[in-house]
Design a binder for this molecule. Structure first.
Ligand code: MSK
Length: 631
């Protein structure tokens, strides 16, 4: 028994950094619930060919694989080498991620269009100032037009840009610094439209089409740019128009945000169009009365993954956790309903829920989960559906078994809501004060830490260690996605965290009353980082590739992260990955992505699992760019 307990404690320590997570991981082990960590263990050893990216199963000549040690076979049945197989697999992966972000964006645009036409229920145009600013970027005349007319024209123009009608993305014209654009023109990677690049990527990976790994990787960069400066940027901007541009908010993070006496509803997934309506419905008197009748003291909404980030940024809704917290939230035994749309939802989530009283409610026709209650969500009846969904959650409250409930009691305070607009306004309307601080060396530069959790790395360790190390070195950190949540759980998103920063950054944060790690939103909101970088570059009259910036994804898992990392690198931002991508089976591909690309975009990928060494790499790259700028 003593040995067993010791083993459990060791296992918990290996799995997570945060104490509240550890408490529930212990419960998951004692309850006998299988989680991602257990499934990773059962998958060992993982396929060596797969890890190197040298297996190909895209046609039935195969599946084929290449001997990574130089023996036979050296070519697949079609004749593809390891370079081609690796590059094609990478393009396929990246296009999947770009499609996910961009399809999310398209749904937001459709809601904007329906709202402008008066065909949606419960939505409204909340940020007219942003609507007008984006319309101007899109070359739309706004004088004398109602907000609905402008919104309709904007939504239709953006939706057309998804296809092939316009042969260009207006955000690229309006927002990318001239020098950076010229770099893309030289490389032939200016994105032409969102869907076009993704469809062309699918065409190129068909057997017998693109067989040149360099050509494939260049198209990968173009596809990623159509995501970052296209689909994701449209998602961010139009979500701001519909639901409001984020402003600073305080809230709380981690599994302690669940309530002992209220109906707990977790909002998990990515798109704010569903979750915003659930927030609205949760304030409906009829729903609140039902909750009271069922013995609850109200409704407690908590976010998870990026839908959580969307709600936090605009409404201050607390966040229960990141990717690896989704199962743990259910294991608390206190969740009445987990409402999901799409992306980052474990296919096994309904299986986990079946061990407790939790109902999983799926809402998108494109993401069904066997065992979930499916309540299709569409803009025309959004509010009614949101109420129906909440009724299911409330009626499930009496089924909660108090003997199986364990909720941690250490919520962590956070400050979030740092949109690009807010940061710029706080600086007095231009980036000049920030540029001055960078020139003076008080702030050496900035790094965007983004991406997920991955059970291959102790949960949150990569994000938190890297962020702490960078701020200590006077490097400002901006974050999105699960990275921001990880650092929030560790207390880095509070103004008091400035005490952990180097002297220069500490002074700046104390003067402005901001944390040294700024939460800029969800995964699609990495586009806010691009906009901020581009505005700074324009003020300085240089390209983004010249700025002392870096990117990092210490614990990434998703195809979407491949797209984000690639549009960072294509935009000129050196990016360090904590988990190796599946490209190591091709020396040529690795050399191109980590070295040769520097001559093309003044940036590159690096792979470094140790966050302290990753901080060294990022700092030296920032210093290199400072030197080149003469500062
Ligand atoms: S939610 S893509 S696990 S950051 Fe955007 Fe988190 Fe990664 Fe999903």
């Amino acid at each position: 028994m003593h040995h067993e307990l010791k083993f459990i404690k060791q296992e918990i320590e290996k799995r997570a950094l945060n104490e509240t997570d550890k408490e529930i991981i212990e419960k998951s082990i004692l309850d006998g619930i299988e989680t991602a960590w257990d499934r990773l263990y059962k998958q060992q050893p993982q396929c060596g060919f797969g890890l190197l990216g040298v297996c190909c199963n895209r046609c039935v000549l195969g599946p084929c694989r290449i001997d990574p040690f130089g023996g036979e076979p050296q070519r697949g049945v079609c004749g593809a080498t390891s370079d081609l197989i690796v590059a094609r697999n990478l393009l396929d992966t990246l296009a999947t991620g770009a499609a996910a972000h961009s399809d999310h964006g398209r749904e937001v645009l459709e809601v904007l269009l329906h709202t402008a036409e008066g065909k949606s229920q419960g939505y409204q145009i909340t940020d007219e100032e942003k609507l007008k600013a984006v319309a101007v970027d899109y070359g739309i005349k706004i004088e004398g037009k109602s907000k609905e007319e402008i919104a309709k024209e904007l939504a239709v123009t953006m939706l057309e840009e998804f296809g092939t009608l316009t042969y260009g993305i207006k955000f690229v014209d309006a927002r990318v610094p001239e020098k950076t654009k010229q770099m893309w023109q030289k490389l032939g990677i200016v994105p032409r439209s969102v869907d076009r690049e993704i469809v062309e990527a699918m065409h190129r990976v068909q057997m017998g089409v693109d067989s040149d790994y360099v050509n494939i990787l260049l198209h990968a960069l173009r596809t990623a740019l159509s995501d970052g400066w296209g689909g994701s940027m449209m998602a961010t901007d139009c979500s701001d128009i519909l639901f409001g541009t984020p402003t600073p908010k305080t809230s709380i993070f981690n599994l302690s945000v669940l309530s002992k006496d209220k109906v707990n509803v977790i909002l998990h997934g990515h798109n704010p169009i569903l979750s915003e309506m659930i927030v609205k419905a949760s304030e409906d008197p009829e729903i609140l009365k039902l909750a009271e009748q069922k013995g609850a003291k109200g409704i407690n909404l908590a976010g998870m993954c990026c839908t959580g980030n969307e709600l936090l940024m605009r409404k201050g809704v607390p966040i229960a956790g990141t990717l690896l917290d989704q199962e743990l939230a259910i294991v608390t035994g206190a969740v009445e309903a987990m409402i999901i749309d799409y992306q980052c939802i474990f296919p096994s989530i309904t299986f986990t829920a079946s061990c407790y009283h939790t109902k999983v409610i799926s809402t998108s026709s494109k993401a069904k989960f066997p065992g979930a209650i499916h309540m299709e969500f569409n803009p025309a009846s959004a509010f009614d559906t949101a109420k129906q969904i909440l009724r299911i959650a409330v009626e499930n409250f009496p089924n909660r078994n108090p003997d199986r409930v364990k909720i941690p009691e250490k919520p962590m305070k956070v400050m979030a809501g740092f949109s690009e607009e807010v940061i710029r306004k706080a600086l007095g309307g231009s980036y000049k004060p920030l540029i001055d601080l960078i020139v003076s060396g008080k702030i050496k530069g900035a790094v965007g830490i983004v991406g997920c959790n991955n059970p291959k790395i102790k949960m949150d360790y990569g994000h938190v260690t890297l962020a702490k190390e960078l701020i200590k070195r006077d490097i400002l950190v901006v974050e999105t996605g699960c990275s921001a949540v990880a650092c929030g759980k560790a207390g880095l998103l509070q103004p008091e965290a400035a005490d952990m920063a180097g002297e220069g950054l500490r002074q700046v944060c104390k003067t402005l009353g901001i944390p040294p790690v700024l939460h800029m939103g969800s995964c699609v909101d990495c586009s806010r980082i691009l906009v901020m970088a581009s505005k700074i570059a324009k003020e300085l009259g240089v390209g983004i590739e010249d700025l002392p910036l870096g990117g990092a994804a210490p614990e990434w898992y998703s195809q979407k992260a491949v797209s984000i990392g690639s549009y960072f690198v294509a935009s000129g931002v050196y990016t360090v990955l904590g988990i190796p991508p599946t490209v190591m089976g091709s020396k040529n591909v690795v050399e191109l992505l980590t070295d040769k690309i520097k001559g093309l975009t003044n940036s590159a990928f690096a792979v470094e699992p140790d966050p302290l060494k990753a901080a060294d790499l990022l700092e030296s790259e920032i210093m290199r760019k400072r030197k080149a700028l003469g500062i």
